[in-house]
Design a protein around this ligand. Structure first.
Ligand code: PAP
Length: 332
């Protein structure tokens, strides 16, 4: 387990608080339930969800150091549900008067650099005050674990068929898996996923945490489905822009701005950019990921190439059971 150690000599109140968090984190890791990890040996169950230890520590840090602003917009998602795509769409929409489409920020830096991922352990805390409003942040934390100052802001949540999520996550995690561990079979990933044991899992509880909140506060949480967005991206983008407080004007609609942003952020376009073929993104001090790994197939239903009839049935049954009575229906 690689996580940053406490500071040896606390110099300020902040440092002393940080050392306290390191202590609390060390204690938590010793007492909470452990399960098999996908990337590293273990995941840890913290408040009902499974995490790599760094994310537990960051969660503690977030509660102390992150100060939201009322205009902040958060992109929340379970891993591998379309975060990268939505990030590009949100950024391009909010900043559509700032960049020309032919020399766009996304063409040079890719979606990963568009706005910060909140879940990365960072001490001293990163200063986000210089970011222009509305600031945007991405998070994989379930709704129930976010500090109240964050949950009072606007959220866009994206969810996806869990069968495709499983396959996407298995590919990604197999690639990122520690070389000290044996190869990660799909059977093992499937079993763990069904038990809810995967980073930020259980998938179903994660989705429900945002779904329920979106029913309570539809003006604060826009709940999107990857499959619906794939089928009608222009409709989704118009709703997204209106939700974020930047609806497209009649003139923009006339000029085809919506179609142009959809095209800019398409899988085809983004996955073929030099930055996404060769670049690397750093998540804090510990994780480094090649940008290309965020673009695999970008399709609906790739699970059909991997899961047996029994496996499909088992995931569908779990989904039906967990979502029963919630009003949430996922396309498969
Ligand atoms: P993350 O949780 O690590 O941020 P995330 O971006 O949520 O990953 O998911 C990656 C998935 O979105 C990949 O799915 P796949 O493995 O089934 O192919 C990736 O291909 C897909 N994806 C990335 N960009 C786009 C896009 N522009 N349009 C549609 N799908 C995309």
């Amino acid at each position: 387990m690689s996580t940053s150690p406490p500071l040896t000599k606390p110099e300020s109140k902040e440092d002393a608080d940080y050392n306290k968090i390191c202590e609390e984190h060390r204690h938590l890791i010793e007492i909470v339930p452990k399960g098999n990890g996908w990337m590293e040996k273990h995941l840890y169950n913290y408040n009902g969800f499974w995490f790599h230890p760094n994310y537990i520590k960051n969660h503690l840090l977030l509660h102390i150091y992150f100060k939201s602003q009322p205009t902040d917009i958060f992109l929340a998602s379970f891993m591998k549900t379309g975060t990268t795509w939505l990030k590009a769409l949100m950024f391009a929409t909010i900043n559509r008067h700032r960049y020309t489409l032919s020399d766009h920020f996304l063409l040079h830096h890719g979606p990963q650099g568009a706005f910060p991922y909140l879940d990365i352990e960072s001490y001293p805390p990163t200063d986000f005050t210089h970011l222009p409003a509305p600031r945007m942040f991405a998070t994989h934390y379930p709704r129930t674990l976010l500090p109240p100052c964050i949950t009072s802001c606007k959220f866009v949540y994206i969810c996806r068929d869990p069968k495709d999520v499983l396959i996407s996550k298995w590919h990604f995690m197999s690639n990122q898996r520690s070389k000290d561990l044996p190869p990660f079979s799909l059977d093992e990933a499937f079993e763990l996923f069904c038990q809810g044991i995967s980073d930020f899992g259980p998938f179903w509880e994660h989705v429900l945490s945002y779904w329920r909140a979106s029913l309570e506060s539809p003006d604060k949480i826009l709940f999107l489905k990857y499959e619906e967005m794939m089928k009608q991206p222009e409709v989704a983008l118009r709703n997204l822009a209106a939700f974020m407080g930047k609806p497209f004007t009649a003139e923009e609609l006339e000029k085809g701005v919506v179609e142009k942003i959809v095209e800019l952020c398409s899988f085809e376009n983004l996955s073929n950019l030099e930055v996404n073929k060769k670049g690397v993104v750093k998540f804090g001090k510990v994780f480094e990921v090649e940008n290309r790994l965020f673009f695999r197939k970008g399709e609906i239903g790739d699970w059909k190439n991997y899961l047996s009839v029994e496996m499909k049935q088992r995931i569908d049954e779990i989904t039906d059971e967990k979502f029963k009575g919630s009003g949430l229906i996922l396309e498969s």
